[in-house]
Design a protein around this ligand. Structure first.
Ligand code: SF4
Length: 65
């Protein structure tokens, strides 16, 4: 699995962090998403990464299985 984020699209809604705080974080200064783990390696992490992508209102997260 590989995750990509688009910081230019991110509107700092924070849904991704609520879904998977081990994979995503937000910058202190403006709340824009930061990717902590590009390649989560278990099925649970994959499920949470996909949930985060589905919840993101800016469609700023892509999960490639
Ligand atoms: S859910 Fe989307 S818009 Fe919100 S912080 Fe995460 S990547 Fe950015």
């Amino acid at each position: 699995m590989h995750i990509e984020i688009d910081q230019d699209r991110c509107c700092a809604a924070g849904q991704c962090v609520l879904a998977a705080d081990d994979i995503f974080d937000q910058r202190d200064e403006d709340g824009v998403v930061v990717l902590l783990d590009h390649v989560p390696d278990d099925a649970d992490a994959l499920a949470r990464a996909r949930e985060a992508a589905a919840l993101c209102p800016a469609l700023a997260i892509e999960v490639h299985a």
